[in-house]
Design a protein around this ligand. Structure first.
Ligand code: PRX
Length: 666
């Protein structure tokens, strides 16, 4: 247990370890631990080797890195094209018939797309963009469902040197308008709609609404996904099919500088407007290509990989599109939710949703690697193991997670019920800003601990520091990056000052990631969540994620969110919101028992003052718990901005429960 001076205290100790099997190690893509020392001795040389071996350059780079803190240029002098790397060179190598994507729509429609088909579709669409007047460097917004045309649109931009800005399909007209205006986008690519939970979710009307408050967009391209029943503005709006029908499938790639802007991706800040995170070409492609291959242990000729994220997030950019395609991999894309279709379609029981779509997809396509988020894994736990148990998941050989800390219980469930205790789990820490994975096990080398991201990848420099910037070698601290990395953001679009202030000002010479973390006595790294999620209880800084893990460790609890509420005596008091397993009833006795369980796991200091049982938790559309709203509820405030909330009703239900459960606790 940490002492009072510790930056973030450390209460949870994990003793379980999991080594990869000898068989896995023997055939792993990366299995020699010497790679860590080699990369540490010369991180620039390490990345230069990856850039030369995994990426094709039209002109080779002459300088690996120019570093003028906080501005990096990687692979200077090199020229390349990302879509050439992702498509043409595989076709040239005779792999044109290899499947790039197996697509499955939510209604059950399927499409198989080979590398040569993808190349011709991308080329035709790139020619169409040129006809619409899109030039190298122009910004193009993409607001689409999870369908292959989304990937085609991204690659077509890359082919002609245009910059894409993908806007997640769940965002509102206001959010679209903000992003179009900030980037001064000239074209928007969208679809009439996409399927979600059995119904078409319309997208084009949101674009129409957004365009009322923008003035830079000249053209809108609309893919027909749901029958095409939307308004089209003559002169401005074009159907995708009509547009490309006249185009040739030959479109020579535009070779650009290594530092040419590849895409913008907007991420919300704690305040004010979203930040347009800038990613460039050569460094980004190198990092996603190498990490994809090494971390997912890719065997491109036989694997079927599936990242169940949305392409609207960075995970989709790096590990659905660019990492897999650059390596010539075969992936699955699924359009909808994991609990569609309705079960009545199969068993006649109306009103409930089947909850095994994911496991059915894995079985039918023979998926070998699955990459998903802890929030999804906890949902699957809540639904129970009968759903995965009904399917043959024996094709799986590796599992990954990303997006938030995975609590050890969820890790163990994933390991046992999905991985059959056979598949290494890679818990990958990274950010929109880092472009690619940074901290994660390497599956053929690392002995993992449930809940730990384990270590930095070779070529990545990480250190924890305390409030004063002193390096912490054991215990809790702030996660900082000490050396530039190829996929790093190059800035915030239009706002260099905000870039310097947000990431580089807190600790001199270091990138501060905004996350708390700890190093345990074995040197393993644990992410403790955003530092604004750290509570201060009687002067002890306690991480929300450790208390959440302890809550979920209780057998009655399937999901938990913890916040610190203002408390006159202790500064902050711990409030735990919990979702109970389906068959368990809430009672005073049970809530008391759950609080005692946290005491037992972590110590009395971490015992929640109150445990509130809720039916659901407020989450962003990317699945992150909105602790700010939970704090507002418990401190009795008016709710702040709820526009990014996936389901607004959840908050009202929570408020009702908070009032009743709070009154009967101490
Ligand atoms: O707090 C960390 C959490 O997600 C943040 C980055 O969010 P975003 O830019 O949306 O990118 C998510 C996908 C890469 C981080 O600052 N996070 C991400 N991965 C993990 C994580 N927290 C714990 N463990 C992870 N594996």
């Amino acid at each position: 247990m940490g002492d009072d001076a510790a930056t973030i205290e450390d209460y949870y100790h994990e003793g379980r370890t999991f080594a990869p099997s000898a068989e896995f190690v023997a055939s792993a893509v990366v299995n020699d631990p010497a790679i860590y020392e080699q990369a540490e001795a010369d991180f620039e040389g390490f990345w230069a080797d990856q850039a030369r071996s995994l990426v094709s350059w039209e002109e080779p780079f002459h300088t690996t890195l120019e570093w003028d803190l906080p501005y990096a240029k990687w692979f200077v002098g090199g020229k390349l094209n990302v879509s050439y790397n992702c498509l043409d060179r595989h076709v040239e190598a005779g792999l044109g018939d290899r499947v790039a994507y197996y697509f499955e729509g939510e209604p059950g429609d399927t499409q198989t797309i080979t590398y040569s088909e993808l190349l011709s579709e991308v080329s035709r669409f790139a020619n169409a963009l040129k006809r619409l007047g899109v030039n190298s460097g122009d910004r193009v917004c993409i607001y689409m469902p999870m369908i292959p045309r989304t990937v085609i649109a991204m690659l077509a931009c890359a082919r002609i040197g245009a910059v894409h800005s993908v806007i997640f399909g769940g965002f509102s007209p206001d959010s679209i308008a903000d992003r179009i205006n900030d980037a001064a986008a000239v074209v928007v690519i969208t679809a009439d709609g996409g399927y979600r939970r059995g119904v078409p979710l319309m997208l084009k009307p949101n674009v129409d609404e957004a365009l009322k408050s923008t003035n830079t967009v000249r053209s809108v391209v609309v893919a027909d996904r749901c029958g095409g029943n939307v308004d089209m503005q003559s002169g401005r709006d074009h159907w995708w099919d009509e547009l490309v029908s006249a185009e040739s499938d030959d479109c020579p790639p535009v070779f650009v500088d290594s530092e040419h802007l590849l895409f913008l991706l907007y991420t919300s800040g704690t305040t004010a407007s979203p930040k347009g995170i800038m990613h460039t070409t050569g460094g980004y492609l190198t990092q996603v290509a190498w990490t994809y291959r090494a971390v997912f242990d890719l065997r491109a000729e036989s694997d079927v990989y599936w990242c169940a994220a949305d392409v609207g997030w960075v995970t989709g950019h790096s590990y659905i599109v660019y990492g897999p395609l650059c390596n010539g991999a075969t992936s699955v894309i699924y359009e909808g939710t994991p609990d569609t279709p309705r079960e009545q379609d199969r068993s006649g029981d109306p009103g409930t949703w089947a909850k095994d779509r994911l496991w059915s997809i894995i079985e039918r396509y023979g998926v070998t690697q699955l990459y998903t988020a802890p929030t999804a894994i906890r949902t699957f736990m809540k639904w129970g193991e009968t759903w995965p148990d009904a399917h043959d998941l024996s094709s799986l050989r590796l599992l990954g997670t990303v997006g938030e800390p995975i609590n050890p219980e969820a890790w163990m469930w994933y390991h046992e019920h999905i991985g059959a205790q056979r598949c290494p789990i890679v818990d990958t820490w990274w950010q929109t800003e880092t472009g690619g994975q940074m901290l994660t096990p390497l599956p053929g080398i690392t002995v993992t601990k449930p809940g730990s991201v384990c270590a930095a990848l070779p070529g990545i420099g990480v250190e924890l520091v305390d409030d004063d910037g002193n390096v912490v070698t054991e215990g809790g601290g702030y996660l900082t990056l000490t050396t530039p990395w190829p996929g790093m953001l190059r800035g915030i679009w239009g706002d260099p000052q905000r870039y310097e202030d947000t990431y580089w000002s807190r600790y001199e010479g270091r990138y501060f990631a905004g996350d708390g973390a700890k190093i345990d006595s074995d040197g393993y790294l644990w992410i403790l969540g955003r530092t604004d999620d750290v509570m201060n209880v009687s002067g002890h800084r306690i991480s929300t994620s450790e208390v959440e893990s302890a809550l979920v460790d209780h057998e009655a609890v399937v999901e938990a969110a913890v916040v610190g509420a203002i408390d006159e005596t202790t500064g902050q008091a711990i409030v735990g919101y919990v979702i109970l397993r389906g068959d368990v009833e809430s009672s005073d006795a049970l809530r008391g028992e759950i609080r005692a369980h946290v005491s037992k796991k972590l110590g009395a200091i971490a015992r929640p003052r109150v445990v509130i049982v809720v039916p659901d938790l407020p989450k962003t559309r990317s699945g992150k718990i909105m602790r700010r709203l939970l704090r507002d509820v418990v401190e009795g405030r008016e709710l702040g901005d709820t526009t990014t909330l996936a389901d607004e009703d959840v908050v009202d239900e929570i408020r009702d429960r908070a009032e009743s459960d709070d009154s009967d606790d101490e």
